[in-house]
Each structure stands twice: as structure tokens, then as C-alpha cells.
Design a protein around this ligand. Structure first.
Ligand SMILES: [Zn+2]
Length: 391
């Protein structure tokens, strides 16, 4: 908590909705009531208490992005600019937003009206320093709002912000508490590419290039592509969106007309070693952990491959003997899959019987795929997926 008088006063004014003059008047009348001398700060605390203002709630001055929660005031943070989105104009004003990140996470920053002018000076790769912003929830995610009182500094001198660090993880060790991870292993299951058309004007899901509201349009295509990686400790579903799909599969649009042709590509991908950098995502619909890929490579060095092989052998050997490890693994698997016992059992067996297991994984995944499709029918979920892509 700050003991700066001006800052405390500002906080009381802000939270009590009383003017500075009113608070000063209260201080003066309080002073007269106390026979002993009380410090100015002490008086402020007494008044805050009377007004029901909680000063202890004050957030630390500079926040790491992952610590920004809903309904915070006076947020100060630093971030690297990841994306700058176009400014939209309405009858009543303008809004624009950017995505920023530090080593702990990413957050969307929303600029309103005259503050959108700042956006013209911002480009990806810039460092920004934000002071006195406030946070709020929007579609289940916390955003930072730039208001009239917010100060935004672009590329402040001598400031370097770390970017996201992807931690190398065995798949069995990935938990909901992880943020960004890197995994390595063979692809064991590949799903069809999903291609959805969106109206470029209203962004709603459309079919046959026809929007109910805007008629015939040239659609924006949304590509979604998922596969399962198994590193010997467990398996996990990875999902690629748009650019990443195009990086992995040349001209994905060709499979829209001929999904059968995709089986050739599928055969090519199965059993291929891949390294994926991703954000850990908890899929609520299925109560399991998945990865939203940020980047990938098939370029695995000999030493990485060697490390991978010895690591997965190690896991196989210790699987039955090491009780702690087993317990730990069980806890994580429980987190991974609380409801579906059979799936959990399947995952437990992953290391023991690979051949049989692959089939089971396939089965489970196919079931999920159907559900996934159903879920995708909802426009809301599509919006959700779009936001996942941007995260
Ligand atoms: Zn439309």
C-alpha cells in the first residue's frame, strides 16, 4: 500500500466519488475533533474507513500481465506489442485495440475515441508502458482499457520487456497452471482441416459465400487443423489456426472441395516428429488440456531426437517403480480429465502399449471430433475460437 498522501487522496476521491474539496473539508473538520495531533495520512485512513473505501485493496504499481485481473484500477504495466488491429468507427465514436505481451502472458488493450490516435504511432515490436489503465472482463477474458486518464508511452528509453518463454515440457507434466510450453514428439493422429467462411463485413459464419445480411460476399476463410502428439509420457491435442495451418499445409483451400485428397497429406504427417510451441488451453467443453499452437518445426536436431528417445525410455522404466511420479501423474491426469474415466485409463496406459493405445486415442479423438463439430455450429464458439487464435 502506498503511503504517498497525494496518491491516497486521489484513490479516495476516485473510489468514494466525492470531490477533492469535499475530502479536504472532511480532513479539516476531523482535525478539529482530535485532541492529539494525527498525521495527514492517518486522517486520510480514518476518512477512507468512514466512506467505506478499502485502501488496502490497492494493486502493486507495476504488474506482470498474467496478474492483471478483472476490475482493477490504476493498472501500470509494460508489454511488447504483438498485433495492432484496425480502428473501427461508430456513429458515437471510435475503438481500436492491440495485443501486448510480456514473459508471463498476453492481454488485449482497448483504446477509445481520441485515444485511438496513439494507435497510429504503434506497430508490432514496439514496447509500451501503460499507466492508470483499468481492467474489465469481456467475453470471459480480461482486457485493459485506455481511458482519458491513461498514459501510454511508446518505446520508453532503456526499457526492454521479455517476451513469452516457452518451457520445455513432457506432455504428462503439462498442467492447467502452465501458460506457454514447448513439446516434442511424433504426430500420432491427424484430423481433417476445417474451413469456415466468415462474412468480411459482419464476421458472422456464412455458407456458399452468402451472408444473410450482406448477400454475396468474398468470404474470409478460417482454417482450423488439429492433431495429436504423443511423446511417450502422454498425448495431447494441438490445434493450429489460419497462418499456421498454411505454414504446415500448402494451399489448405484445395481440401475444401476434395477432403478425400487430404488422406495423402495425413499419411505424410503421421509418425513425423514435430516440435510445437503453444499456449496451454483448458477446454471446458471436454474438461481437458489442449494446446493452441503458436509455432512449430519439423526441423529436429539429432541431439534433440536423442534426448527425446532417452527421456521417453526413462519414463517407461520409472513408470511402475516411482510411486511419487505416478501419483503426480495421476493428479495431473485427473485435472486433465475429471469426468471421463475410460479416457483417463487410456491415457494412463499410454506408455505401456503404444500400438493398442494409438487405436484408442484415435477412437476417443474421433468421438471428440464429432462433438467439436457440434460445438462449432455455435457462432459464439466461433468467436471464441477467433479470440483463441489471437491470444
Ligand atoms: Zn455479413
Amino acid at each position: 500500500m502506498s503511503d504517498n498522501y497525494e496518491e491516497l487522496l486521489r484513490l479516495i476521491v476516485e473510489k468514494s466519488k466525492k470531490s477533492e474539496e469535499e475530502i479536504n473539508e472532511m480532513i479539516e473538520s476531523k482535525k478539529k475533533k482530535f485532541p492529539v495531533k494525527v498525521s495527514q495520512n492517518g486522517l486520510l485512513h480514518i476518512i477512507a474507513n468512514e466512506l467505506g473505501v478499502d485502501l488496502i485493496e490497492r494493486i502493486p504499481d507495476v504488474l506482470k500481465i498474467k496478474n492483471i485481473e478483472d476490475s482493477m484500477r490504476n493498472v501500470e504495466c509494460y508489454g511488447n506489442v504483438i498485433s495492432v488491429y484496425p480502428i473501427r468507427e461508430f456513429a458515437t465514436g471510435k475503438v481500436g485495440n492491440i495485443l501486448i505481451g510480456d514473459e508471463t502472458g498476453m492481454i488485449r488493450v482497448v483504446f477509445w475515441n481520441e485515444k485511438t490516435e496513439i494507435l497510429e504511432k504503434i506497430k508490432p515490436g514496439d514496447v509500451i508502458h501503460i499507466k492508470s489503465a483499468y481492467s474489465r472482463m469481456n467475453q470471459d477474458r480480461v482486457e485493459l482499457q485506455v481511458s482519458r486518464y491513461t498514459e501510454v508511452l511508446v518505446n520508453p528509453k532503456g526499457v526492454h520487456v521479455k517476451s513469452v518463454e516457452y518451457e520445455k515440457r513432457k506432455i504428462s507434466e503439462i498442467s492447467v497452471d502452465d501458460n506457454f510450453v514447448e513439446i516434442l514428439g511424433p504426430i500420432v493422429q491427424v484430423y481433417d482441416i476445417k474451413i469456415y467462411e466468415r462474412c468480411p463485413k459482419c464476421n458472422k459464419k456464412i455458407e456458399n459465400q452468402e451472408c444473410q445480411e450482406h448477400g454475396k460476399v468474398e468470404p474470409n476463410n478460417l482454417f482450423i487443423f488439429s492433431f495429436v502428439v504423443d511423446d511417450g509420457t502422454a498425448n495431447i491435442r494441438c490445434t493450429f489456426f489460419n497462418d499456421l495451418v498454411e505454414k504446415m499445409i500448402e494451399n489448405p483451400l484445395q481440401y475444401k472441395e476434395n477432403p478425400i485428397e487430404f488422406s495423402e497429406k495425413r499419411r505424410e504427417l503421421i509418425a513425423k516428429m514435430i516440435k510445437v510451441k503453444a499456449k496451454v488451453n483448458y477446454n471446458q467443453s471436454f474438461d481437458r488440456i489442449e494446446l493452441n499452437a503458436r509455432d512449430f518445426t519439423f526441423d529436429i536436431s539429432a541431439s534433440e531426437e536423442k534426448e527425446f528417445v532417452s527421456r521417453s525410455n526413462e519414463v517407461k522404466e520409472s513408470d511402475d517403480s516411482d510411486v511419487d511420479n505416478k501419483k503426480d501423474k495421476k493428479n495431473k491426469l485427473e485435472k486433465l480429465d475429471k469426468s471421463d474415466k475410460s479416457e483417463k485409463d487410456t491415457q494412463k496406459k499410454t506408455t505401456k502399449n503404444n500400438e493398442k493405445d494409438k487405436k484408442e486415442v484415435e477412437k476417443i479423438s474421433l468421438e471428440s471430433e464429432d462433438e467439436f463439430d457440434e460445438v462449432l455450429e455455435e457462432d459464439e464458439i466461433l468467436d471464441d475460437i477467433e479470440s483463441l487464435m489471437e491470444e
